[in-house]
Design a protein. Structure first.
Length: 390
């Protein structure tokens, strides 16, 4: 029997953490052939050439599409999407996949969805139905959902959102978040080893993780917001003998000023940033930390699985399903310090967070997705043709 060919498309580290366990599940089955196309920040030196994570995981990269423009102007993502549409179409024409799989709401997702529809390839979309208010990504994600053929949602609330949008029930599975599979299956590493790798003394566990991205609707404020964030973290560290470990922001417009602020704080003894970190180091860094702060989706999607408190600074992530572990604060130094103190040292609150049940799955999402896709015949027009909405 001919193998079904899967082409995964990824442009950023966070997507890959979600895709990787799913692709590994398919790769175990000889009925599937799995390949990957990389683009965006994966090919960027500034972001640590994260395509190497794909290679390290043992997957074949069949194409590399340069789509990340060296500009902080708002044209960046629109032009990058155009480059991706062109590149993805060429890759699909050559590779002839039966399925295309991608994640979320970034340029790769909308470009893949457009190409998949025009070229009649069954598209599997991970993380549909998830609202992201005050962000250009929100309508893009729902546009992708209307174009995609198969939906693997991270929570039942999000599956219900797609049903309300008119998506047929047979197309939707609430799979949960596959990045939880990654966490569950990552071997434990001691704080001693982590400290040695990072060349930092974290052995007492008095540290947090910070990741801050720009918000499209507040792009012009990203520099000021990052300055306030780091000023608050510096004061917190000095007051409580604490440290923060951070990774670079994503590639959205507004990221350059954030990077400039990060570089201006390189001499700070208690806050250390890295372009990227190996997956096993990063997972164990989180397992042992006191708090996540900034505004990464990780605080919403993965932190409940770790049992970690989150102090989310600003409006990014507002509107998303909160397991109860996320405190939202403004870009106010006093408020940030106050809520960090609660998250790190209020044992009653920390016990409450540890007992929360994640609405985003239990670490078996990849298996659920694989079993669902096993039932799909990509040549059956019922998957490629949607019913009339009006």
């Amino acid at each position: 029997m001919k193998s079904k060919r899967i082409l995964a498309i990824t442009g950023i580290r966070s997507e890959w953490d979600i895709l990787c366990p799913v692709l590994k599940e398919f790769e175990k089955d000889s009925n599937y052939e799995v390949n990957v196309m990389v683009s965006g920040s994966h090919l960027s030196n500034v972001h640590g050439y994260t395509y190497q994570h794909v290679e390290k995981a043992g997957f074949r990269i069949v194409d590399r599409v340069d789509s990340l423009l060296s500009t902080d102007r708002v044209v960046q993502r629109a032009k990058g999407t155009g480059l991706l549409i062109f590149g993805i179409a060429q890759t699909i024409e050559r590779e002839k996949p039966d399925f295309i799989i991608c994640v979320g709401d970034r340029e790769e997702a909308i470009a893949t969805a457009v190409v998949a529809n025009y070229m009649n390839i069954c598209m599997i979309h991970l993380a549909g139905g998830d609202p992201v208010y005050l962000n250009a990504d929100d309508p893009v994600r729902f546009a992708v959902s209307k174009l995609a053929h198969v939906h693997c949602t991270f929570a039942e609330d999000y599956a219900q959102n797609l049903r309300k949008l008119g998506e047929e029930h047979f197309r939707i599975i609430c799979s949960g978040n596959p990045s939880l599979d990654n966490i569950k299956n990552t071997p434990r590493i001691s704080l001693q080893e982590i400290s040695s790798f990072l060349n930092l003394d974290l052995k007492d566990g008095r540290y947090g993780v910070v990741i801050k991205h720009p918000l499209s609707s507040e792009k012009d404020k990203s520099e000021e917001q990052m300055k306030l964030t780091l000023e608050a973290l510096v004061k917190f560290c000095n007051k409580f003998d604490f440290k923060f470990v951070g990774t670079y922001p994503n590639t959205d417009p507004g990221a350059s000023p954030i990077l400039d602020v990060i570089k201006s704080h390189e001499s700070c003894e208690n806050i250390h940033f890295f372009k990227t970190l190996p997956h096993d180091i990063f997972v164990n860094l989180l397992r042992n930390c006191k708090v996540i702060t900034g505004n990464s989706s990780m605080g919403i999607l993965e932190a409940p699985f770790y049992g970690l408190p989150v102090v989310n600074i600003g409006n990014r992530q507002s509107g998303r399903l909160n397991a109860g572990n996320v405190i939202f604060v403004k870009h106010d130094i006093r408020e940030i310090i106050q809520e960090l103190q609660k998250a790190c040292f209020d044992e009653r609150y920390r016990t409450y967070v540890k007992k929360l049940i994640s609405p985003y799955g239990d670490g078996d999402s990849a298996g659920k997705i694989k079993r669902f896709v096993d039932t799909i015949d990509p040549s059956d027009n019922k998957w490629l043709n949607k019913h009339k909405l009006i």
